[in-house]
Design a protein around this ligand. Sequence first.
Ligand code: HEM
Length: 493
Amino acid sequence: MTHATSAQPVFNVPGPRPFPLVGRAFNSLRFAQDSIGYTRGLFHTYGHLVALAAGGGTRLYSPRETCPATVFACGPDLVRQVTTQHEVYFKHPLTGPLYRWRQSSERAKPLNHFLVGLFGVNSAAHLQQRRLMLPAFHSQRLETYAKDMVAIAEDQLNQLRVGEINEMAAWLRQLTLRIVTKSLFGEDIGPEGESTGHIIQAALSQQGNLWMRLLPLDWPGLPWHRYLNLVASYEARMRGLIQAKRQGVGESTDVLSLLMQVRDQDSGVHLSEDELLGHVGVLFVAGHETSANALTWTIFLLSQHPQIMADLLDELEATLHGNAPTLEQLPRLPLLDNVVKESLRILPPVPWNGRVTAQPTELGGYALPTGTEVLVSIYQTHQLPELYADPAAFNPARWDSIHPDAYAYNPFSAGPRLCIGAGFAMLEIKIVLAMLLQRYRLQFVAQQPVDRAGVIVMTPRHGLSLRVHPQDREFRQGVGEVTGNVREMVTLP
Ligand code: HEM
């Protein structure tokens, strides 16, 4: 099936032919508009490995000079190959193709580290930096983070107004932003930290601006200028904060302070200030949109499954009696664990793992040239009927009898790049759910469309409006009123 030459192998992964007239750009556009819907059809037609366009010639996010093709992969075998071959499949900074412009001017230079973090390092450098970061996510540290999570969740819960409709996706984003800010920066930062989060968020959404890519001119009024201003503003704030922390380091236990102090025991290597800036930006981004959407999708699923919701509340009340869970109590909440696992399976907040091949390789029987973009579909893998019976059913009880391996179930990915914040995220999701559901009943507001959006993080396009009631167990209200393409993903009443 593969015809290797001495230089680059021929790219012959099957896939749709480029659209007439509009060409390959149209394939890319279809993917950008609805990555899940578009690729579901492709996987169905072509199997577990499929090209975005037959013959290649597409580029979605790679910052490398050349990008011969883009492929999508699903299923445990391909997931295992991509996630474990650390020297073959590289990751790149979250700035994607903009990373190529990092030397284009003095003002663009921060792109050398902005949103680089663990995402933008590979090979030995990745393993070394990851080792330096692990202590900040050690289980002992989780105890401190748990206390902050409970305090912040309590405060946010007090802001919900009974009887009113609340846009829960935004409310949960605010909650998880506050939690990640507190864990990253500690006491002293307050609203300043949250607004730093908003700056990064604004830069990220600006990255999708097509005009910026077509017209990268640093002139007032143009998007590239605005983008560089946001990056400069992030830099200035973070350098100021690091400076301030340097004076008082020793006492603080927040992630930034820990990262400022770590040294590799063998080599003495530590993180430079630029590397710190990159790591913190990535932790900000990776650490709150993801958990917020996991929570949003979970409360949506519960709003449509009244019996599961009732059973879950029974479990929570019997063990917690209205209180927040402690770390010791969590193992005694098996249904909560099953609900979260099943939600992350059926509506994974991170539906794709993106990589670029660093050398010619072979995947699923096909040759991939160096520079091929490979997107592993976590979503589609979780939908395979040979792994999960009736895959579109939200059925937490299935977890009592199934034990998929790390490549069949991988909401946090697998291998050496397994999400470093997975323990943090599971803790946060469980604490927030347990507190929220014991206190309030959240009723789905009839007929609002629930449509998926987003490529890096899957989110409900129009948010999620729920009416807030005291917890009165009237779980049937609002059931069966959902419209939108989420119905293609989950069997709903
Ligand atoms: C439900 C919540 C979350 C989900 C679903 C999630 C998912 C993922 C996935 C799938 C990856 C692998 C990406 C890839 O290999 O292409 C990843 C990596 C990562 N995540 Fe998470 N994540 C979550 C929460 C968090 C939190 C709370 C943090 C930090 C506070 C975090 C920090 C990171 C970092 C730094 C990486 C890069 C790891 C590496 O490359 O070594 N994530 N996450």
